[in-house]
Design a binder for this molecule. Structure first.
Ligand code: GRF
Length: 213
C-alpha cells in the first residue's frame, strides 16, 4: 500500500454482513458498490453514512461494458484496496489485472477445496471434518489467488447446510477485518502463491483465526 491514508471500496451483491464486520472494525471504507439495486449491503452502508453506487449488471450488454462501468465507479473513490464481500459476479481478466495486488475476496471454504458456489452443502456431501473460510488476493482464475488467511471450523455430526454456514460466517466476520487491516498496514508480501504476513500470529492448530496483532 502507499503512504497515503488508506481507502477501501467494498463490492457487495447481497446482505452485506461482511461489510458490516469491516465497518464495525473501524476500517476506512469510503464507498460501497453493488451490482444489485436491492442488496442489503446498500442500506447498511447508508446506516453508517458511507456513500454507495449501484452498477446493475443487467443494464449492460456485455461483461466488458459492466466491468468498465464498475471500474469507473471504483476509481472515482481512489481506493488503496478493493474488497469483495459477497460480490457475486465473475470479473474479467482486464478488471482483475487493473487492481492486481489490491483486490481481495473472502470465500466460504478452505481453498483450494470447494471453489465456486454451494460450498457448505458440498463440504457436507464430501464428508470433510474441517471446513472454514479463506481470504485471498483475486487473480484471473476464480477462487485461486494467493491465500492471505484462513479460519477453520469443525463439521459436526448433526450439521445442516445452515448450521455449518453460520459457524463459518462467524469466523468470516473475525478473519476478514484482520486480513484487510494487515493489507492496509503494508504487512503482506506475496511470493508466488505464498503470502507472508509480517508480525501476524498463526496458531499451529485449533480455531485458526489468526491473531489481529
Ligand atoms: C459470504 O459467505 C462470503 O464468504 C461469500 O458470500 C457471502 C457473503 O455474505 N463470498 P455477506 O453478504 O457478507 O453477508
Amino acid at each position: 500500500m502507499t503512504d497515503a491514508a488508506p481507502r477501501i471500496v467494498v463490492l457487495v451483491s447481497g446482505r452485506g454482513s461482511n461489510l458490516g464486520a469491516l465497518l464495525d472494525a473501524g476500517l476506512p471504507v469510503v464507498h460501497v458498490v453493488s451490482n444489485r439495486p436491492q442488496a442489503g449491503g446498500l442500506a447498511l452502508a447508508a446506516r453508517h453514512a458511507v456513500t454507495s453506487t449501484v452498477v446493475d449488471h443487467a443494464a449492460f450488454p456485455s461483461r466488458e461494458a459492466f466491468d468498465s462501468a464498475l471500474a469507473a465507479a471504483i476509481d472515482a473513490h481512489a481506493p488503496t484496496l478493493v474488497v469483495l464481500a459477497g460480490f457475486m459476479r465473475v470479473l474479467g481478466d482486464p478488471f482483475v489485472q487493473r487492481y492486481a495486488g489490491r483486490l481481495v475476496n473472502i470465500h466460504p471454504s478452505l481453498l483450494p477445496a470447494f471453489t465456486g458456489l454451494h460450498t457448505h452443502r458440498r463440504a457436507l456431501d464430501a464428508g470433510v471434518r474441517l471446513h472454514g473460510c479463506t481470504v485471498h488476493f483475486v487473480t484471473p482464475t476464480l477462487d485461486h489467488g494467493p491465500v492471505i488467511a484462513q479460519a477453520v471450523v469443525p463439521v459436526l455430526p448433526d450439521d445442516t447446510e445452515d448450521t455449518l454456514a453460520a459457524r463459518v460466517l462467524e469466523q468470516e466476520h473475525r478473519l476478514y477485518p484482520a486480513a484487510v487491516r494487515w493489507c492496509l498496514e503494508g504487512r503482506v508480501r506475496v511470493d508466488g502463491l505464498r503470502v507472508h504476513v509480517r508480525g501476524a500470529e498463526f496458531p499451529a492448530f485449533g480455531r485458526c483465526v489468526p491473531s489481529p496483532a
